[in-house]
Design a binder for this molecule. Structure first.
Ligand code: F3S
Length: 376
């Protein structure tokens, strides 16, 4: 990869040990992926925030980077942590809470904004059309590339942090026009009404295909697009097009392989993910809920415990309005990166394929997977 004189200097340590390490990470990722150069980015979303997912090794890496004097040089926000920062978290093991706070302190020393949401694009970190960015949350990657027309690869926690520090990312993959064209047409005959429908569609395609899909016959709003992004990203897909909806130009769409999606395919996903009759709690908000989604939960007047996950900004707006003691509004974390299995929870109900999949595989919980109206 061709580096500028300034980048060479940073790589040789002239900007300090933290910048040097960050440059080393990006230079090797660029070389592996045949990138010709680094390009500037002005915004980053960093994953790897929960103690559950990064553990002591991750905490040590972040503390080392902070001790080396590394600092973010561009607007950098964080993914969900393992606890709600407003709460006492008495149901979470105290060692976990302490370690989590140390991780957030390290990120704050590094200069990242502890926004702790997986929907940064709805909470102030919103890229422009065709803006090059470095996002690490897979659902936000798919949303930014597709719904907003920004350009990002699916970054890891480490490469996103390196981009936050250097303000650069290697030019390859979804940053390039030629890698953003659809390779698959998906004809949807199912009646798409809820976020669960979009989540299921995304999961089905994302698990079966490693190609950018072009959807036909759907018209999702923000919530549907968010659910579709997360479902696709639970598999291998980091970008999609929707005919007449998404802003990216669609060229070369002759002779695409056509996939049909209808009731049979929806049922396959339901049969795979829905394995529990009576869950301990319901968890809504994967990805984090919008105001509209929370209003839907409130309107349903649930008479059983519902944990609703959202961003700090949305929680602030709705906190006072929730009078139903069964609804617990939670920010800064999510049901997947919280240590639910250490909090006495054995099973949960959800309308999200991403939540269902990772709750089973990462946390070992049993899952009831269904539409919101059937869960509440
Ligand atoms: Fe967000 Fe957690 Fe789901 S980070 S996309 S709520 S797994």
């Amino acid at each position: 990869m061709e580096l500028t004189r300034e980048e060479e200097a940073l790589l040789s340590g002239e900007g300090g040990g933290g910048l040097q390490k960050a440059m080393e990470i990006l230079a090797s990722i660029g070389d592996i992926n045949d990138a010709e150069q680094l390009i500037p980015v002005k915004r980053v979303q960093i994953s790897g925030v929960s103690y559950k997912t990064i553990g002591d090794a991750g905490l040590e890496f972040l503390s080392d980077m902070a001790s080396l004097g590394a600092k973010t040089s561009v607007y950098s926000t964080l993914n969900p942590a393992g606890i709600d920062l407003d709460q006492k978290n008495q149901d979470v093991p105290q060692r976990f809470v302490e370690k989590q706070r140390q991780i957030l302190e390290a990120y704050t020393r590094l200069g990242a904004k502890p926004s702790c949401t997986c929907t940064p694009y709805l909470a102030g970190n919103t890229p422009d059309f065709e803006e090059h960015i470095a996002f690490a949350e897979s659902s936000a990657v798919a949303y930014a590339n597709s719904a907003l027309g920004a350009r990002t690869n699916r970054e890891s926690a480490i490469t996103a942090l390196a981009s936050a520090i250097t303000g650069r990312t290697p030019l390859y993959g979804l940053h390039l026009d030629e890698n953003r064209t659809p390779k698959l047409a998906v004809r949807v005959s199912e009646n798409m009404k809820s976020v669960n429908d979009y989540s299921t569609l995304g999961y089905y395609i994302g698990k079966q295909y490693d190609a950018i899909p072009l959807f036909k016959g759907i018209q999702p709003g923000v919530e549907g697009m968010k659910a579709l992004s997360a479902g696709l990203a639970t598999g291998k897909v980091s970008m999609f097009h929707i005919e007449g909806v998404t802003p990216n130009p669609i060229d070369e769409v002759e002779d695409l392989e056509v996939v049909e999606y209808g009731e049979v395919e929806r049922r396959k996903v339901k049969d795979e993910l829905d394995t529990c009759e009576e869950p301990d709690i319901l968890c809504i908000g994967c990805p984090h809920c919008t105001i509209n989604e929370i209003k839907q939960v409130i309107a349903a007047k649930p008479d059983r415990e519902v944990w609703v996950y959202t961003s700090r900004a949305v929680k602030k707006q709705l906190h006072e309005k929730i009078k139903n003691p069964n609804i617990r509004l939670i920010s800064d974390t999510c049901m997947v990166v919280q240590p639910l299995e250490e909090m006495g929870i054995n099973s949960l109900g959800t309308n999200s394929t991403k939540c269902a999949y990772y709750t089973k595989t990462l946390s070992g919980l049993d899952v009831k997977f269904d539409k919101l109206e059937n869960l509440l």
